[in-house]
Design a protein around this ligand. Sequence first.
Ligand code: NAP
Length: 282
Amino acid sequence: MQNVLLNNGVEMPILGFGVYQIPPEQTEQAVSDALNAGYRSLDTAAAYGNEEAVGRAIKTSGIPREDLFVTTKLWISSAGEENARRAFHTSLRKLGLDHLDLYLIHQPFGDVYGSWRAMEALHREGTVRAIGVSNFHPDRLVDLIDHNEITPAVNQIETHPFNRRTADQQVMRERGVQIESWGPFAEGRNNLFSNPVLSGIGAAHGKSVAQVVLRWLIQRRVVVIPKSVRADRMAENLDVFDFELTDDQMASIDAMDTGESLFFDHRDPEVVSRFGKLQPNT
Ligand code: NAP
């Protein structure tokens, strides 16, 4: 597995396993299958409702803790200095861990600054190796960086061939923040898995569309965390280190960019308000 070096010297696998939308009752099996397939980085969130199941799979795997990289996220309803600290310890307990590798602010809403102060303190205390954010557009990211002590190690944002986020990545590169893709396959939207450009490139390498997309992201030094509940696809999504896309192939995938989200715009007041009211069972 290739790693990326985060801005505080911590190494993070460039490819991991995401568990969004895996129902809690299926998550233990899915994570066990992923660990068996060879994944060592896991991405969950308090809002996904499946941290306990992730924790059970980690425990039964017997894999040494230092070989794993575990990420979870703070939901908006737990924002603020005291609440964030409490939510962090709840997540740790649910995961059955004594420290996290990466803790992210899930959405750029609510008392983000209070949350960040709590996360800075948790990092200094050594219970989390790296702290970061998710769904931050460059303006919000730069504001957080410029008015706090610790620069986020990671910003996890929607990134896939239809929304490639190169301008965002450039800002992150300049500021030392690692880009991480969520929705690398756009969750299959826009018929991604039967896209002719991606299928053609896959055929040239004897690889699937999913593998081509992950390879394109990895060659751009974007961390990826594809989700699947199927063991065959988990293995397929890991098998992306034995081929290389040419500059022309990279450029033809780049050309698929629409510059827009296929999901939601975090700068839309309706989205801000709707997300702020969500009360997942964290
Ligand atoms: P995704 O990884 O883009 O797509 C998952 C979909 O692709 C599932 O329907 C899966 O179906 C299918 N799939 C996976 N591998 C495949 C393959 N090789 N061939 C064909 N189909 C395949 O979507 P995502 O789960 O939204 O994103 C990945 C992770 O990012 C999440 O799990 C989560 O950890 C994180 N995320 C974070 C945020 C955030 O706000 N920070 C938002 C969304 C996601 P099967 O499961 O049936 O195989």
